[in-house]
Design a binder for this molecule. Structure first.
Ligand code: ADP
Length: 216
């Protein structure tokens, strides 16, 4: 199997953008629980309708449900062969412990971006409804608002409202920080500065991951 990485970072820290760059660099599969849930919502299944209620309010889905989803995804052949880059999981201490039990993780990277900076980024974020490519009011697609990558429609996420953003950031501090701390205790955590151009941040993450891998 290839590398087994976890990316942490506040909402808007750039996990989605960095995951796409890193997945390419390491030849690993980008596994985003947020993208998986949004696909279920778009398919309009019963599960998708339930998930949408949690997501739009800024609440986390129950651990048992997320664990089922992630266990199934990590068992698929593309992941077992290429390795993975987890984005959006684990998000609680319970999820972290469960993940440590079913994988042999190489390292977790925490992309550090201050709260006031992510607030600004999230309110101007726009995403492609088809492929998930990320834009902003400052950097729109060439033909607003049609995706440069796939031609899909680029919109604001339903959970990028002021109210849901506040709730998600609070959940991050309360539920996800303990999960990050757990990786720190195990010596499995690298922290990088998430400010600057995406390629600069990607280079920092790659350097941290490579240093960690060669130091084992
Ligand atoms: P963000 O990090 O900006 O909140 P994501 O796209 O990663 O966005 O996730 C969107 C929503 O999906 C979350 O607010 C939550 O409702 C749900 N979700 C995603 N991953 C998890 C998880 N591991 N555990 C519980 N809920 C999750």
């Amino acid at each position: 199997m290839g590398v087994q990485l976890v990316l942490f970072g506040r909402q808007g820290a750039g996990k989605g953008t960095q995951s796409a760059l890193l997945a390419k660099h390491y030849g690993a599969v980008h596994v985003s629980t947020g993208d998986m849930l949004r696909e279920a919502v778009a398919e309009g299944t019963d599960f998708g309708r339930q998930a949408k209620q949690y997501m739009d309010s800024g609440a986390l889905l129950p651990d048992e449900i997320m664990l089922g989803i992630i266990t199934e995804r990590l068992a698929q052949p593309d992941v077992t062969e290429g390795g993975f880059l987890l984005d959006g999981f684990p998000r609680t201490l319970g999820q972290a412990e469960a993940l440590l039990g079913i994988t042999s993780l190489d390292v977790a990277v925490n992309i550090e971006v201050p709260r006031d900076v992510v607030l600004e980024r999230l309110s101007s974020r726009r995403v492609c409804t088809t492929c998930g490519a990320i834009y902003s009011l400052a950097e729109p697609p060439t033909h607003p608002w049609t995706c440069d990558v796939c031609g899909g429609e680029v919109v604001q996420r339903d959970d990028d409202t002021a109210e849901a953003i506040t709730k998600r950031l609070a959940a991050y501090e309360r539920d996800t920080v303990p999960a990050i701390d757990r990786f720190g205790e195990l010596g499995l955590l690298e922290t990088v500065d998430g400010q600057g151009r995406p390629d600069e941040v990607a280079a920092r993450i790659e350097a941290a991951v490579d240093a960690h891998l060669s130091g084992r």
